[in-house]
Design a protein around this ligand. Structure first.
Ligand code: 6R9
Length: 656
């Protein structure tokens, strides 16, 4: 890391202590860190006790054949029973499990744990009737409706691993996943609502099924929820309506206990290149990790909290922090179908106000877009119920953190910046809101039970004040078990770089500040090398966003004859900044120079109306690099809005 990079981050000296009331009643206390370190396996066994096991394990961890881990060996449990039935058995059947809020205003529905149990049982019976057996894979391609959660739990209940494909993905993306995991069935809907209009899903399933067939894989059944009532093509041999099958099925279903290492789901995540990786998670360890972290990191009080995670279930955050963690913990939560600003910009804040949400978990990209709209909108709502705020998905820049804490949390609700990945299954690095103080921009320290380090190329821990690669140094229960069908790629991608030390390589760059707290800088491939200096895209973005006229920024390293790579920035201006004035580019270059140093000065700054983002809100820098290097723009199929690149490219040819 360059000295400039480090000194800029170390300039961030705001500190927020945990609120006294939260600290006094915190689920975990300071001592948990030491206790976990003293006997990690005992600590994790204690966390696994949160679940109901039909048969207890006889060994906590089998790490005899690394990197292939087995957790809670010999134990047997059913994930759906743990997320639903046991709460009903404990007398909490009438508690609301899901406050579902549809995008059309007033289209809402509450499901109690009892109702959830009935529907999951019905769906499990239907899947079995359709020929789905334990071990078969089922793809789920759905909008954010309660049936999506029911579908996942029904699969878990019969031991059929699900693979949820984000409802906004193309038929191509769906087809490649159907083929890769050889899905026997697909659960979908006719469509869903987005920005006030019905948008179709079933046609993409029809197309994907045809594409899969042409590649030699036939999907046997497609179960279709009627959500919008739009016309659909119907293949009577394959297609089955949910309301005519699940709706009529028996609500009696006895869950079978499966081995702790039974596959629970496959979640596809894009690698830097090549075909998506099917990340495999198994039952006992994953459920332990998601339940424990949800309880500890959000300081969850299941009896009184109303929790809301705005992720989509097509993303790992939706799996761990909408479905498995929260439901295993028996909380009441909000599930929202639509976009943040439909039909009005204050929609999210109104939901928080009306349902008295106390824990709120979202992504920095959403926070920044609200910042851009201005404080007046959230200020119209009473959000005093909020007590913990979470952030996930990318580094949160200090300005966004402080805005989130101040405007949304009223300086009362702490922000937990949670670092983790599809592969880690659950949160690894985060403050504990009642224990750890907060520093804007830092994910702070590994949670109790997790061991992380920042290391050099050679695998040596870096001293405080230095940067390097983020690794996890000990196995953890919710770790990925492999890449579906590709053990070699699993070893190669995550375990080969530090094979000697046995570290898990996360693919992220990070640094330790002078206190030893961690700052995740983003993917290693987002780290630029300019004239031999390592610069983080995140850090330059953060500097740009700290300028009063800038709402959002994305930075890439473009090939440069002189310096190896050069910094290219794309910025969106705040509404009130208008077009920024004619000197805006010079002004921003000076600003970055001042904030970080001359080495970081962007060679090129383009003012753009939008940035290309994936559906999970990550900026696709690869596409921006294409623009910066004057290449034809590559594959845009995983963008949330593929027209964005046209806007940006036209800007550039227009001399923007
Ligand atoms: C949960 C999720 C994982 C990658 C990860 C990192 C980035 C996620 C972050 C963060 C900095 C945080 N990331 N959370 N970077 N601070 N709090 O996002 O999973 O979609 O697999 O992405 O996201 O780069 O490696 P996934």
């Amino acid at each position: 890391m360059s000295d400039q990079t480090l000194s800029n981050l170390l300039k961030e000296d705001r500190r927020f202590e945990p609120p006294a009331d939260l600290a006094a009643d915190a689920n975990l206390k300071e001592e948990a860190y030491e206790r976990a370190r003293g006997d990690r396996e005992a600590f994790w066994a204690e966390q696994a006790e949160r679940l109901s096991w039909e048969q207890p394990w006889d060994r906590v961890l089998d790490w005899d054949d690394p990197p292939f881990a087995k957790w809670f060996v010999g134990g047997r449990l059913n994930a759906a029973y743990n997320c639903v039935d046991r709460h009903v058995e404990a007398g909490r059947g009438d508690q609301v499990a899901i406050h579902w809020v549809g995008e059309p205003v007033d289209d809402a529905r509450d499901l109690t744990y009892q109702q959830l149990q009935d529907e999951v049982s019905q769906a499990a019976n239907t899947l079995t009737e359709l020929g789905v057996q334990t071990g078969d894979r089922v793809a789920i391609y759905m909008p954010m409706i309660p049936e999506a959660v029911v579908a996942m739990l029904a699969c878990a209940r019969i031991g059929a691993p699900h693979t949820v494909v984000f409802g906004g993905f193309s038929s191509d993306a769906l087809a490649s996943r159907l083929v890769d995991c050889e899905a026997k069935a697909v659960i979908t809907a006719d469509g869903g609502y987005r920005r006030g209009a019905p948008s179709a899903l079933k046609p993409a399933v029809d197309e994907a099924r045809a594409k899969a067939s042409s590649q030699g894989h036939d999907v046997a059944k497609v179960l279709v929820v009627q959500r919008t009532g739009q016309d659909v093509e119907w293949d009577a041999d394959v297609d089955v309506w949910w309301h005519e099958s699940v709706g009529q099925a028996s609500t009696e279903h006895t869950p079978e206990a499966f081995d702790s290492e039974h596959p629970l789901f496959v979640m596809y995540t894009s690698g830097t290149t090549g075909k998506p990786k099917g990340i495999l998670h198994t039952t006992g360890g994953y459920l332990t990790g998601s339940a424990y972290t949800h309880w500890a990191v959000f300081d969850l009080k299941p009896e009184t909290d109303v929790y809301w995670c705005t992720a989509d279930i097509g993303w790992i955050t939706g799996h761990s922090y909408i479905v498995y963690g929260p439901l295993a913990n028996g909380v009441t939560q909000v599930l929202y179908e639509g976009t943040p600003d439909s039909p009005e910009r204050g929609r999210w804040w109104k939901i928080i106000q009306d349902l008295k949400v106390s824990i709120f978990y979202t992504a920095p990209t959403a926070i920044r877009s609200f910042m851009k709209q201005g404080q007046e909108i959230p200020d119209q709502f009473d959000m005093s119920s909020l007590r913990v705020l979470g952030s996930v998905g990318e580094p949160i820049n200090p300005e966004a953190y402080v805005w989130y804490r101040h405007v949304i949390g009223k300086d009362k609700a702490p922000v937990v910046d949670t670092w983790w990945q599809t592969e880690t299954g659950s949160i690894m690095i985060s403050p504990l809101p009642g224990v750890t103080h907060g520093k804007p921009g830092s994910a702070m320290i590994p949670i109790p039970g997790v061991e992380a380090e920042v290391v050099t190329e050679e695998g040596e821990a870096v001293p405080n004040g230095s940067g390097g690669y983020l690794v996890l140094t000990e196995p953890w229960p919710s770790m990925l078990r492999t890449i579906w069908g590709d053990d070699n790629r699993f070893k190669e991608t995550y375990w080969s770089r530090y094979a000697k030390q046995g570290f898990y390589f996360a693919g992220d760059g990070a640094k330790k500040d002078d206190d030893g707290d961690l700052w995740v800088l983003g993917r290693v491939d987002d780290v630029m090398n300019v004239s031999g200096h390592r610069l983080s895209t995140t850090e330059i973005e953060s500097a740009l966003v700290s300028h009063p006229k800038v709402a959002e920024a994305a930075v890439v390293g473009a090939k440069d004859e002189d310096t190896g790579q050069a910094v290219c920035a794309f910025v969106i201006l705040r509404d009130e900044a208008g077009d920024g004035g004619e000197d805006i580019v010079a002004e921003l270059r000076t600003h970055v120079r001042k904030e970080i140093g001359p080495i970081a000065t962007p060679r090129q700054i383009m003012v753009v109306p939008e940035l290309p983002k994936t559906r999970s809100g990550k900026i696709m820098r690869r596409l921006l690099r294409d623009v910066a290097e004057n290449r034809e723009v590559g594959d845009v199929t995983t963008l949330a809005d593929s027209s964005v690149m046209d806007l940006i490219s036209s800007k550039q040819s227009g001399g923007g």
